[in-house]
Write a protein that binds this ligand. Structure first.
Ligand code: MEV
Length: 443
């Protein structure tokens, strides 16, 4: 199947077409329109009610795009057992998470805690007033805005949230006349993006009115009002802790002490070296994102915030810390996570709702801890493999199914291949040769 003409012409009013017309137009671009229609039909939900709901999540939806929804069982988190729902396409992630969960189950499991839950947003504005002129009214402005925003914040306040602090931050050293109205929010169980943005836009109007009264003739020009996905005050920690000698058996030829030493060195390398830090953190995000996606949360917001946090001291570093003092393996992950368990897609996407049910309908704070535990689990498995038998053994074994499917292996061929590659190194060409031999032998 190929595009008929790679020089596409602009299409007018695509979003105003009915879904059928959109599909008709898309199909007409291809040399095999019937195949496009079949593909779209195949990836549209059987239940038209649900598909309609999906269509309305976003504009111009023509089909659904499934990803594997897997379970990493047996996570002991603060003494409670969880089976984690993970949505991820990468073959080895669920297996790696499950493996770490199993390893730590009899060793105390994951210890997690929420450090803070404040989210932030800013009204960015210009003013030709000097900082003292604006700042003398800071407390009064905060009261004025808190009162003005009551109609927006009332419900959130009833749930224990609301606006916690509003301050004026001069930014004149960066941009001439530049200031921020910087606001702290508590959004309880919702991720809170819409709540925060609505509050900020109302604050922007209030800001103009307030200073027009207090400092008539002084310019206050709002440039934009938006939440920040940088949430260094919405932090969670996950920790693994056990006497080093309890790590015995990880590798037949490596003592637990030597394992811990090599592991700690790998963590120090990831702290100091950007190339390694990015990959180390990617391994953490394998687990975190899979939970974030499964529960209908915004993974782009999480990703942006986490990586900015990793560079908070001006140097991109790993998000984990290790301490081996007094014979204890003490390994922890600290990361900013802004998640919700109400609102957004959490109740509308049936699989997200199911994922949350499987987790016992957690609060947002509990979900932060579960996601952090998943991140640490994936990272522990990765660094354990990297510092012992190497990553490719497990990775390629999990990837074997994808190679077999790419090479159109039959079910019998798959069974034989899995048996064979249990004791042999997996690579694309090794599988290709193996299948060729089978096929030549008429198996
Ligand atoms: C692969 O998805 C993730 C790893 O590269 C993480 C790491 O290197 O720590 C294995």
């Amino acid at each position: 199947m190929a595009l008929l003409n790679t020089n596409l012409k602009p299409v007018d009013g695509f979003s105003r077409l009915t879904k059928e017309k959109q599909i008709e137009y898309l199909s007409s671009l291809f040399d095999n329109p019937a195949r496009v229609r079949r593909l779209i039909e195949l990836f549209s939900l059987q239940d038209s009610e649900f598909q309609k709901r999906f269509d309305e999540f976003s504009e111009n939806t023509v089909a659904s795009y499934p990803l594997p929804f897997g379970i990493a069982p047996n996570f002991n988190i603060n003494g409670s057992l969880y089976h984690l729902p993970m949505v991820i396409e990468e073959s080895s992630v669920v297996a790696a998470a499950a493996n770490a969960a199993k390893f730590w189950l009899p060793r105390g499991g994951f210890h997690t805690r929420v450090i803070s839950t404040i989210k932030k947003g800013q009204v960015h504005f210009l003013s030709d007033a000097n900082p003292d002129q604006l700042l003398q009214y800071e407390a009064e402005l905060e009261n004025f805005l808190q009162t003005r925003l009551k109609p927006l914040t009332g419900r959130m306040e009833n749930r224990g949230g609301g606006i916690r602090k509003i301050r004026i931050v001069p930014g004149l050293d960066k941009i001439t006349h530049y200031y921020q109205l910087d606001a702290d929010f508590e959004t309880v169980d919702s991720m809170g993006a819409n709540f925060i943005n609505s509050c900020l836009e109302e604050m922007a109007t209030g800001l103009n009115e307030f200073y027009a009264h207090r400092l008539p003739g002084i310019r206050v020009e709002v440039i934009m009002s938006i939440l920040s996905n940088y949430v260094p005050e919405c932090l969670v920690e996950a920790r693994l802790e056990a006497p080093i000698n309890l790590l015995a058996g990880i590798h037949p030829e490596i003592s637990p002490q030597d394992f811990a030493r090599r592991f700690a060195l790998a963590i120090e390398i990831a702290r100091q070296n950007v190339s390694r830090a990015v990959t180390h953190n990617k391994g953490i995000m394998n687990g975190v994102d899979a939970i974030v996606l499964a529960t209908g949360n915004d993974f782009r917001a999480v990703e942006a915030g986490v990586h900015a946090y990793a560079a908070r001291d001006g140097h991109y570093r790993s998000l984990t810390q290790i301490d081996l003092s007094e014979g204890i393996f003490n390994y922890s992950l600290t990361l900013p996570l802004s998640l919700g368990t109400v609102g957004g897609l959490t109740g509308l996407h049936p699989m997200a709702a199911f994922a949350l049910e499987l987790l016992g309908n957690p609060s947002a704070q509990e979900l932060m801890q579960i996601a952090a535990a998943a991140g640490l689990a994936n990272n522990f498995s990765a660094v354990r493999a990297l510092t012992t038998w190497g990553i490719q053994k497990g990775h390629m074994m999990m990837h074997l199914s994808n190679i077999l499917n790419t090479l159109a292996a039959s079910e019998t061929e798959k069974v034989l291949a899995r048996e064979h590659f249990n004791g042999h190194k997996v690579s694309y060409s090794a599988v290709e040769i193996f299948l060729k031999k089978l096929r030549n032998a008429g198996v």
